[in-house]
Design a binder for this molecule. Structure first.
Ligand code: TYD
Ligand code: MG
Length: 454
């Protein structure tokens, strides 16, 4: 019997036996597409029946010299890469269309080329003239980067085999076309196959390959998640289209810490690095206003101060709105429930809006107390004391739990001119002249102390 086509989610790559409107695995809508079945190969029998060649095994103790890394000389990029570019590595840079991936990678290509790496930039999306125009706009026309516009993967690999570059940038993986796969460019099988070919090529030749992957909403082309497991490093380039800030975030890195971020600013002449993101995120802060709280956070290895803004208003709807930008909505529901159950402060009948300023995304539970403070401040229409930072995790019992890197958070706050902090009671804090730290055992105590309510 002929094998029937299978159905694959173009967002996460999960396979399904039949089409449906929503992927059970990742919850994405309209992302399931029909794919031709993978061919079973010359023999579909168990591999164990065939004689393979024997592997050379080694001890764990074998000395390995760490791979020589190349620094781009752009701190924000080098840090996210885990301390420079590693040879023999495959890196995926994902992000929404138009967020600035091509700009970032053209600039990175120029930096690495100046550092002596033989660098190729292969665009499957734009014509050479367009890439050259962008290079001109960025002032990079003199950079020793070799440029090609091609989507045929076989031709690209043949060229790379002959030219032996150190770094190849593929913009984007969704435009690549492998002629041995029988489906359209951008489909899950094409994207997977292209990423696999490029990754194995990188390992075999000891070169670094950076692939661009567009994040898709409509499921027309496969998203970068279908190749995340294949590559060594996954970086996401995020930001709000209307904001000039862009954040490069390492979500997976085999050669360095994950969760590290690099902050950039999109200017008329490309991306420039932001060495002090806290100052930038707080730069358009006005006088202390109800609903606004500064959270002392940690992103990767670096402290970052961000402003949380909340608005609480009577709801005209029977089902009040809960709207969150830059934080987890499940976590917001939890904090609202704890405020109600442990402190007797109800939010029923009130719309709640929470926003992390500057287009930043926070995932730390350490922001719990700052979120609660913003919500209370908005609800009571009372601003928090001036120049105060807040951090701490809230447990379901209403107790406050200390969080990691307390010292770093406080140092950053002091550096930016904050004079007081509110932290969980059991935090270990050394002497800090010029900074007064209020330690709170639980949420009810915090509410009583700061808002005089309970
Ligand atoms: P681009 O790198 O093409 O995005 P992607 O590859 O992620 O799709 O960037 C596109 C946007 O960046 C575009 O809207 C214009 C803006 N931009 C600047 O603001 N300044 C610049 O110097 C450049 C090159 C682009
Ligand atoms: Mg692009």
């Amino acid at each position: 019997m002929a094998k029937s086509n299978s159905f694959t989610c173009s967002a996460c790559g999960a396979s399904h036996s039949k089409w449906s409107g929503r992927c059970d695995a990742c919850g994405e809508w309209n992302s399931i597409v029909e794919e031709a079945p993978l061919s079973a190969g010359p023999s579909s029998k168990s591999l164990g029946n065939k004689r393979g060649s024997r592997l050379a095994l080694t001890d764990l103790a074998t000395e390995e010299t760490p791979p020589p890394r190349t620094m781009a000389g752009v701190d924000e990029l080098d840090r996210v890469l885990g301390g420079g570019l590693v040879p023999s590595s495959a890196i995926l840079v994902g992000g929404d269309p138009g967020i600035g991936k091509s700009t970032l990678l053209l600039q990175a290509a120029a930096q690495f080329a100046h550092k002596g790496l033989k660098t190729f930039y292969i665009s499957g999306e734009e014509a050479t003239a367009q890439v050259r125009m962008r290079a001109q706009r960025l002032g990079l026309q003199q950079a020793p980067v070799q440029l090609a516009c091609e989507t045929n993967l076989r031709d690209i690999l043949t060229t790379l085999e002959a030219e032996n570059p150190d770094l190849v940038i593929i913009d984007s993986i969704q435009t690549m076309w492998a002629d041995n796969v029988d489906s359209a460019p951008g489909s899950v099988s094409q994207v997977r196959s292209a990423a696999h070919e490029l990754t194995t090529f990188a390992k075999r030749k000891g070169i670094a390959v950076i692939m661009v992957g567009h994040v898709t909403k409509d499921g027309q082309i496969a998203g970068p998640r279908v190749v995340e497991h294949m590559v060594d490093t996954v970086l996401y380039f995020e930001g709000e289209r209307g904001h000039q800030f862009r954040i490069l975030r390492a979500v997976k890195n085999r050669f360095g810490p994950a969760d590290e971020i690099g902050v950039f600013e999109m200017t008329g002449r490309g991306l420039s690095e932001v060495a002090n993101p806290s100052a930038l995120f707080l730069s358009d802060r006005e006088e202390p206003a109800p609903g606004s709280v500064v959270f002392a956070g940690i992103e990767g290895t670096r402290p970052v101060l961000v402003e949380l803004q909340a608005l609480v208003a009577p709801s005209p709807h029977s089902q009040p709105r809960r709207s969150v930008l830059g934080w987890d909505s499940g976590r917001l529901a939890m904090i609202l429930a704890v405020l109600e159950a442990r402190c007797g402060i109800p939010f029923a009948g009130l719309d709640v809006y929470l926003n992390v300023a500057g287009g930043m995304k926070i995932s730390e539970p350490a922001a719990d107390l700052a979120v609660a403070a913003a919500l209370l401040s908005a609800r009571e229409d009372a601003a928090l004391p001036k120049d105060t930072v807040v951090f701490g995790e809230i447990s379901l019992s209403g107790a406050l739990r200390p969080v990691g890197q307390t010292e770093n958070r406080l140092k950053e706050a002091q550096k930016l001119g904050f004079s007081s902090a509110i932290a969980p009671a059991r935090s270990k804090i050394g002497d800090k002249p010029g900074l007064s730290v209020q330690k709170m055992p639980d949420l009810a105590g915090f509410v009583g102390e700061i808002f005089g309510a309970g």
